[in-house]
Design a binder for this molecule. Structure first.
Ligand SMILES: [Zn+2]
Length: 452
């Protein structure tokens, strides 16, 4: 086997690893780059190999930084199957067309306002391109050996990160290669703990929080404090959230806080048709997460669902305390941008970030104390309270990663550390070397390594 790292090196986005095994070429994850402009520009570069020679794509999970390049790969000639779990397929059916739609909207907006340097601004791919790519999906069950041909076997095991998320194990006659994808946490409120994995000849592990420990305090208490404080001054709590995963975790926490009367019974709006659909998909995959049916229904009923753009705009005129959850999670696009324009300048409001904010995103800028952010070519002053609730993260922190690795019966021959900003990846490398004595490497973008 041979692996080429085509994304998520020195960054947490753009996950793509090409594995060559015998005559087979498979791409594990097919994510979009997000964040800093030089990274985003990589999405526009020609794909490093001809997509026509790739036999299959395997997705660890549905998040756009792991799946969002797929419509473009198909557009460039990839004609093979896309293997993933059935929940990942269900989520991609909403996420990918939405991603295409957002890109069309942004291009159209840029053309209308004339703020793009490109004339005309074009979308990376369209909603239609995304719909076309969905025809190539083939779901596979968890914990089931699936032959990709040429003695290459694929197996998914639950990784506890979001609904449908999986570790990907590839095996041929000589060697085995395990991808952590995004590693979940042992005590997540919604997701079951990641499967225990005991061996792999080679391991590719994520390092989003490789240099950090999550705040050990209860996120529900912290969330209640933020909501109570903001409602007390008559403000709006705006939560940019990933439509899949984080939005459901937040809804469930709010459902519980309301049931305990720990927060006032103020209206909650889920302003993302995609998050609404994802919430329903959550309830269709009972058994793959921790919520029993009544709790799942309770979570679904917690919010008013906003579907149309008109309803979304009306929400921006809201002058009473409410909670608004809107995508995207790093404020890189989506309806949350329109809400930020209205809510960020008012000091009574709170903008609550509930997930990792990649460098170069508006989310990271606001958390770093930016006095204004640029949205649709306009400078929007930021006077609202900015809060980060790190402990809602769906990624294992450094100690949790180490605890998961500790189940291995023998060290992999080599452990590749990806999906982290440079400091995080390097910190995890030295931690694993020091604590476990394993041989680690932080690969460079485009690097190829022979696995034998
Ligand atoms: Zn993810």
């Amino acid at each position: 086997m041979e692996i080429t790292f085509l994304g998520a090196c020195g960054t947490v986005t753009g996950s793509k690893d090409l594995v060559a095994a015998g005559a087979k070429q498979v791409l594990v994850d097919c994510g979009l780059f997000q964040g800093f402009k030089p990274l985003r520009l990589r999405n526009w570069e020609p794909f490093p190999v001809d997509p026509k020679i790739i036999d299959a794509v395997i997705l660890t999970h549905a998040h756009i930084d792991h799946s969002g390049y797929l419509p473009l790969l198909v557009k460039q000639g990839f004609a093979g199957r896309v293997y993933c779990t059935s929940a990942t397929r269900d989520l991609c059916e909403i996420l990918l067309p939405d991603s295409g739609h957002l890109q069309e909207e942004e291009a159209e907006y840029a053309n209308r306002r004339g703020y793009s340097k490109h004339k005309p601004a074009l979308p990376l791919y369209t909603e239609q391109d995304a719909e076309v790519s969905l025809r190539q999906f083939s779901p596979i069950e968890f914990e089931h050996d699936f032959s990709l041909g040429d003695k290459l076997t694929l197996r998914f095991s639950p990784s506890g990160h979001i609904l449908g998320s999986a570790f990907v194990q590839l095996r041929d006659a000589q060697t085995s290669l395990l991808f952590s994808g995004d590693l979940g946490r042992p005590h997540d409120l919604l997701m079951k703990e990641p499967a225990v994995m005991r061996r792999a000849d080679y391991l590719v592990i994520e390092s989003t929080y490789g240099n950090r420990r999550h705040d050990p305090s209860d996120p529900e208490t912290a969330l209640a404090e933020v909501i109570n404080r903001t409602a007390g001054r008559g403000g709006v709590v705006l939560i940019p959230a990933f439509a899949v995963g984080r939005a459901q975790t937040l809804l469930y926490h709010i459902h519980r806080l309301k049931a305990e009367q720990a927060i006032p019974n103020i209206p909650v709006f889920l302003d993302s048709p995609m998050a609404v659909d994802a919430t329903h998909i959550f309830c269709q995959h009972l058994g793959e997460h921790r919520l029993p049916p009544p709790e799942c229904q309770g979570m679904c009923r917690t919010a008013h669902y906003i579907n149309t753009v008109e309803e979304s705009k009306a929400l921006s005129r809201c002058r009473i305390p409410v909670i608004v959850i809107a995508a995207s999670g790093m404020a890189t696009g989506g309806r949350v941008l329109h809400h930020l324009k209205v809510f960020a300048p008012d000091p009574r409001n709170t903008i609550l970030f509930a997930g990792f904010q990649a460098g170069g995103t508006r989310g990271a800028a606001m958390l770093n104390g930016a006095e204004s952010v640029k949205i649709h070519g306009e400078h929007v002053p930021v006077r609202a309270e900015i809060v980060a609730l790190d402990n809602l993260s769906a990624h294992a922190d450094s100690a949790e990663i180490l605890a998961w690795l500790d189940h291995f019966e023998a060290p992999p021959r080599e452990t590749f550390i990806t999906h982290g900003e440079p400091a995080a990846a390097d910190a995890l490398r030295s931690l694993i070397e020091k604590e476990l004595g394993w041989h680690c490497r932080v690969p460079e973008h485009g690097e190829t390594v022979a696995l034998r």
